[in-house]
Each structure stands twice: as C-alpha cells, then as structure tokens.
Ligand binder design. Structure first.
Ligand code: FES
Length: 106
C-alpha cells in the first residue's frame, strides 16, 4: 500500500494511504489527519489546506498553478515548497511522500 506521511508542527507523524485520483487534502480529511481544514472543499479559495512538501519530493509532485499561487502569495507562513494540498492530485507512485503542516492554517 502506498503511504503519505503528514508531519504536524509538533513533529507528530500521521500516515494515510495514497489513492490515485484523490487530492492530498481529501486524503488528509478522510483519514482525520489533524491540521488540514479544507474549508472551501478544494476550490483553492481558502488556503486552509497548506502543506510544505519535503524538498526531496518537490520536483516530483510539481509546482503550484495560478489560482493556487494567488492564495499562497497571501500566506505569511509560505515556504519555498509550499502547496495547497487540495490542488495536488496524488499518485500511488508517490509512495513515501512526506509533507509538513504549518502551525496554523489561515
Ligand atoms: Fe480551500 Fe484547499 S481546501 S484552498
């Protein structure tokens, strides 16, 4: 089974199964991963699904699109590998992906 690991701000790790065609935000919320809110339901309109992709995975998972970029540009906790997890359509080939969660979603 392919797995993604979410690392909370306090270092706690939460694993969830990766399923082709789902967004990373949905995987987090479906598996009760704390720290991902997803308030807008995945429309790139709230920014409450912010994750910071492990730099080793950044190229493989790709960069942000225009709407995502607009939301991220307003986030003071943005990092170079930040993404909105609702805009990341996962692949089971991403087995081992690790993303960090910010202290607060805003
Ligand atoms: Fe709202 Fe991702 S769920 S921006």
């Amino acid at each position: 089974m392919a797995v993604v690991t979410f690392v909370s701000y306090d270092g706690a790790k939460h694993e969830a199964p990766l399923a082709d065609g789902q967004s990373l935000m949905k995987i987090a919320t479906n598996n009760a991963v704390p720290g991902i809110d997803g308030d807008c339901g995945g429309e790139a309109a709230c920014g409450t699904c912010h994750v910071v992709v492990d730099p080793e995975w950044s190229e493989r998972v790709g960069g942000s699109g225009p709407a995502e970029e607009e939301m991220l540009s307003m986030n003071p906790e943005r990092q170079p590998t930040s993404r909105l997890s609702c805009q990341m359509d996962v692949s089971e080939t991403w087995d081992g992906l690790t993303v960090k969660l910010p202290e607060f979603q805003m």
